[in-house]
Design a protein around this ligand. Sequence first.
Ligand SMILES: [Zn+2]
Length: 165
Amino acid sequence: MKTGFDNTFSNDKDIDNSKLNILSLLTVFMENSVSNAAIYTKHSNRTIITSKDISLSLKREVFEFLNSDDLEIRAKEILDEYIEEFNNEEEDEEDEEDDEIDEKKMNDNYSTEETEEFVESTCNCDICIQMNKYNNIWKDWKPTNKIEEILYNGIVKIDNDFNLN
Ligand SMILES: [Zn+2]
């Protein structure tokens, strides 16, 4: 089925591709943050990911994201998925229904009523060491370019909103 979006896509391919590229990179950034926050939580012998774990993992990504060996490959895979999705509207609608069900399951599994106090990980794996290290230098660190500045301001806002300072 031909959609308005498909037309935009083919008429203005370059612009849309650069937007999709940024979206793909951002997706990898968020995937890294969530999975490292989960690793850090587990390595601290805790079971519930706290906002502090997320904050630490976001800080790590600011410094380590561009060093990931497989960054280009993963971003390309996600880019291909986005293009595939945007080109098939009917499939999108089915996906949305699935997502709603998934979200319901997630909420059932991760109760927000339970709380667990954050404790710093003393584990010696690369992820835990990096997350602790960058958290320690964070308060004295200043962004050196526009992208770092955007990430820095976003994380400072999260820390303030969740009282993580
Ligand atoms: Zn660890």
